[in-house]
Design a protein around this ligand. Structure first.
Ligand code: TYD
Length: 223
């Protein structure tokens, strides 16, 4: 990895290095327990004195919050418009928050990133994982996580854990959520060195311990 996170290549063909920061992403179906694991990892790293930026997609910026409202809580959005809105959120998010934080040496932890779109819009909406991957890579100009943790949740467990008022995506049928789940698993299988897949049905503290150990190992290698 020769490029710097400060100067992304215009065409974003390769993967941009996130050094001197470190970029961790949590992915998984709805109800996988990502937010809890994001919080536990953040607390652990901060109590070690590390400088952490926590964010989530969609959202995290003013524009992102507006996009989140439109795409999750509005009326019908056509699948391609949905894919473009999620891509727009990430493009803005990377420019405004993620790239500057990584350039400043922070550890960035995000609740969802490009893989959510590849799984939800590519596999779930059936727009094609490869096309959505190209769109997302372009949107984030090649800034990809050093480590992606996939919390693998079955549609049944995910549904049991979700709130009473599902958003537009959560309200989809089990077949959609099963396609999303397979989408994440397929992504992880392509790049096992950059992914950690954990059964989301395991106890919270066990999942945290596994994540923590893997992040510490990755940080030791990266620094
Ligand atoms: P999330 O923030 O996990 O929801 P909650 O606030 O209820 O925990 O995710 C929001 C939803 O958006 C989720 O159903 C997945 C979906 N999503 C996509 O479809 N594509 C994307 O690119 C992203 C980031 C999220």
């Amino acid at each position: 990895m020769s490029e710097s996170v400060v100067s992304p290549p215009a065409d974003a063909v390769g993967r941009v290095s996130t050094a001197p920061g470190f970029f961790v992403c949590f992915e998984g179906g709805d109800g996988a327990g990502k937010s809890t694991q994001v919080r536990l990892l953040t607390q652990a790293l901060e109590s070690d004195g590390r400088d952490v930026l926590v964010t989530r997609q969609p959202g995290g910026t003013e524009l992102g919050t507006a996009i989140r409202q439109l795409v999750l809580h509005g009326n019908h959005v056509s699948p391609r418009a949905e894919a473009l809105l999620f891509a727009a959120d990430k493009a803005h998010h990377v420019d405004e928050l993620i790239r500057p934080a990584l350039a400043a040496g922070q550890i960035v932890i995000t609740d969802r990133y490009t893989d959510s779109s590849i799984a939800y819009q590519g596999a779930g909406r059936d727009l094609g994982a490869d096309e959505i991957r190209v769109l997302q890579r372009w949107a984030v100009s090649g800034v990809l996580p050093d480590l992606t943790v996939v919390l693998d949740v079955t549609p049944q467990l995910g549904r049991a854990r979700r709130g009473e008022q599902p958003d537009r995506l959560e309200a989809e049928a089990d077949a959609f959520h099963e396609a999303v789940r397979q989408g994440f698993v397929d992504l992880a299988a392509r790049e096992p060195d950059r992914y950690l897949v954990i059964d989301a049905g395991r106890p919270t503290d066990q999942i945290h311990a596994i994540v923590r150990a893997r992040v510490e190992r990755a940080l030791a290698v990266a620094r």
